[in-house]
Design a protein around this ligand. Structure first.
Ligand code: PLP
Length: 372
C-alpha cells in the first residue's frame, strides 16, 4: 500500500454473519457478490461465503461473471440482471446461468447457439424491473427454451420493499407462489428472498435465498450482526493556520482562531463524496470535523490540538456506523460501499492479522490462498 487510505475487511466477522444468516434462514445460500462484492472484493467475499456454505454465486452481468471465472471460480454462477443475447455462447462455454426475463430475450437467444444454456425464469411480481408478468408468457418461454435444449434450472423473483413493507413483500410472495405452483415444473432452484426477506418472510416454499448486504452486518431485522468493514485514512500533514484564513476550494470554511488543520489523502475520487463536508471523522478517541470542501484526492480536518502526522482516521467503522453515515448523506449503505473506488487498498484480516491486501489499480496482488 503506497497511499494511506484503506478499507479493512474482517473475514472472520464476515464469515460469522453469513453462517448465522444461513442457519437462521435454513435454505440454500446464493451469495450475491455483484459490484465487486459490494466494493469489498468479489472473490474474497465469495470464498468466505462458500466456506460458510454458499452453493451458488450471483453477479449482475456477464462481465462480472467472467471476472470471477478469470479469478478461478468454477462453481455455480448466476447473472441476476441483463445479459445480451449476443453473448449466449460465452455464457454456455463458461457455464454461467442467466435469467430468462422476457419473451423477446428468449426469442433472441435461440437465434444463437443456446444449447446447454442454464436459465432461471425471472418472474416480475411487483418490482416492475425485469421479468415476466404473465404466466402465459412464461409457459410459452419455457416451451421455446426446452425445444432449443436450454436447461431450466430455476425460477425467481425479487422484492421491492423487503426492508420496509412486510405487506407488499407478502403480496409479491403470494403471486410468486401461485405462479410457480401453477407451472408445476421440477425447478431445482426456487428463490425470492434477498437479505431482509430471508430473515423476515416466514415461508418454506422456496429452497434458496440470495444474500447480499447483510453479509456486511446491515439488516433491517437482525440488529446484532458484526460490522466487518471499515474505512480509514491517515493525516499526513498538520499545520497551524492563523485566524481568518479560508480552507480549501471555494473558501467555504474560515478559521475562527488560530487552528490546527490536518490533511488526509482521501477525496471524492475514492468515493468519499463531497456531501461529507459537514460530517465528522474519528481519530485519537474523538470526533473531528471536516474543514472546507472535500477535494478529489484530499480532505482537510479541523483538529482539536496538534495531532501527530501519521494519525489514523476512521471514516466509518467501530465508532462511525455506516448506517448512520448513510442517513446523514441521505442515501443507503449499499451506495456508500459501492462508491469506494478501486484505488482504495482493500486489507483483509483474519484473527486480527492482515492476511492479504489488494489495490485494483496496481495489481491483483492478493494472496488468495490466504483467504480460501
Ligand atoms: C442485489 C440483489 C440481491 C441482494 O440484495 P440484498 O438486499 O443486498 O441482500 C438479491 N437479488 C437480486 C435480484 C439483486 O439484484
Amino acid at each position: 500500500m503506497y497511499r494511506n487510505t484503506w478499507m479493512e475487511i474482517d473475514l472472520d466477522a464476515l464469515y460469522e454473519n453469513i453462517e448465522r444468516i444461513r442457519k437462521k434462514c435454513g435454505k440454500r445460500l446464493i451469495a450475491v457478490v455483484k459490484a465487486g462484492g459490494y466494493g469489498c472484493g468479489d472473490l474474497a467475499v465469495a470464498k468466505t461465503a462458500i466456506k460458510a456454505g454458499a452453493k451458488m454465486l450471483a453477479v449482475s452481468s456477464v462481465d462480472e461473471a467472467l471476472i470471477l471465472r478469470n479469478k478461478g471460480y468454477d462453481g455455480k454462477l448466476l447473472i441476476l440482471g441483463h445479459s445480451d443475447p449476443e453473448d449466449v455462447s460465452v455464457m454456455v462455454k463458461e457455464k454461467i446461468s442467466a435469467p430468462a426475463y422476457s419473451l423477446n430475450w428468449v426469442r433472441r437467444i435461440i437465434e444463437q447457439n443456446c444449447r446447454g444454456l442454464h436459465v432461471h425464469i425471472k418472474v416480475d411480481t411487483g418490482m416492475n424491473r425485469i421479468g415476466f408478468r404473465e404466466i402465459g408468457e412464461i409457459r410459452q418461454a419455457m416451451r421455446i427454451l426446452e425445444a432449443n435444449h436450454c436447461v431450466i434450472e430455476g425460477i425467481f423473483t425479487h422484492f421491492a420493499c423487503a426492508d420496509t413493507s412486510p405487506e407488499k413483500t407478502e403480496m409479491q410472495f403470494q403471486r410468486f407462489h401461485d405462479i410457480v405452483s401453477a407451472l408445476d415444473y421440477p425447478f431445482k432452484w426456487i428463490h425470492c428472498d434477498n437479505s431482509d426477506a430471508a430473515v423476515s418472510l416466514d415461508e418454506k416454499f422456496t429452497n434458496a435465498f440470495r444474500l447480499g448486504i447483510s453479509m456486511y452486518g446491515i439488516s433491517s431485522y437482525m440488529k446484532d450482526l458484526n460490522y466487518p468493514i471499515s474505512l480509514y485514512s491517515r493525516i499526513f500533514l498538520v499545520k497551524k493556520v492563523p485566524a481568518g484564513e479560508s480552507i480549501g476550494y471555494g473558501a467555504t470554511y474560515t478559521t475562527k482562531e488560530e487552528e490546527w488543520i490536518g490533511t488526509m489523502p482521501i477525496g471524492y475520487a475514492d468515493g468519499f463524496i463531497r456531501q461529507n463536508q459537514n460530517r465528522m471523522v474519528y481519530c485519537c478517541g474523538e470526533y473531528v470535523p471536516i474543514a472546507g470542501r472535500i477535494c478529489m484526492d484530499q480532505t482537510m480536518l479541523r483538529l482539536p490540538y496538534q495531532m501527530k502526522e501519521g494519525t489514523e482516521v476512521e471514516i466509518f467503522g467501530p465508532h462511525i456506523n455506516i448506517e448512520t453515515m448513510a442517513k446523514d448523506l441521505n442515501t443507503i449503505p449499499y451506495e456508500i460501499l459501492c462508491l469506494i473506488s478501486d484505488r482504495v487498498t482493500r486489507v483483509y484480516k483474519r484473527n486480527g492479522q492482515v492476511v492479504a491486501e489488494t489495490n485494483g489499480r496496481i495489481t491483483e496482488s492478493l494472496n488468495w490462498q490466504n483467504i480460501g
